[in-house]
Design a protein. Structure first.
Length: 188
């Protein structure tokens, strides 16, 4: 009898452990909002249709012109040039970190083209955190929206990656080079 009770307890514990493992691997989305439903304008004020990027990986990067990470524009452009058939890079100007993106849309565009030859897509300047956080960044930073994980934007040039099906992959801090294996391996 005691052996039967011990076996029953062992079986129950094993079942609970397997259930916990399954639940930890399960992502739960509270909403059916897709990345492709997000509305944002380009730096020149034109509506960006994210849906037209279905089938390509998207890398969103909050950018700034006067930041220690600003030279990453060069690597972002290189990444764009090398993988443009599989990858869309979207630069998202933001002035929330040290006031390092104070310029107007024209000034930002001119700076990026003149200094780094940037020709990848750039959005309007937005807030990526706080009370006025743009819905795009709400989706990128909240597990209940993206279904994978929550994060907070810590500084300029933090990167968020979405796969070719519109599913959130991961985020990468500013210190991660755009040309790092962490990013490139998710493109291939």
């Amino acid at each position: 009898m005691r052996i039967l009770i011990i076996i029953s307890i062992f079986t129950l514990l094993n079942t609970l452990t397997n259930f916990k493992t399954i639940m930890n691997k399960t992502t739960i989305k509270i909403t059916d909002t897709s990345i492709y439903d997000m509305k944002i304008n380009s730096l020149t004020g034109e509506k960006i249709e994210l849906e037209k990027f279905k089938g390509k990986t998207i890398l969103f990067v909050n950018v700034a012109s006067k930041c220690g990470f600003t030279p990453q524009y060069k690597d972002l452009q290189e990444l764009h040039t090398k993988y443009k058939e599989k990858l869309v890079i979207i630069g998202v100007p933001c002035n929330q970190f040290g006031g390092q993106e104070p310029g107007s849309a024209k000034e930002i565009e001119s700076f990026c083209q003149k200094n780094y030859g940037v020709n990848f897509l750039m959005t309007e300047k937005i807030d990526v955190k706080g009370d006025n956080q743009h819905p795009l960044y709400s989706w990128l930073t909240k597990k209940e929206l993206n279904g994978v994980k929550s994060s907070s934007v810590k500084w300029n040039f933090q990167k968020y990656m979405v796969d070719k099906n519109g599913d959130f992959i991961d985020f990468f801090y500013s210190t991660t080079s755009p040309l790092s294996d962490k990013i490139i391996n998710n493109i291939k």
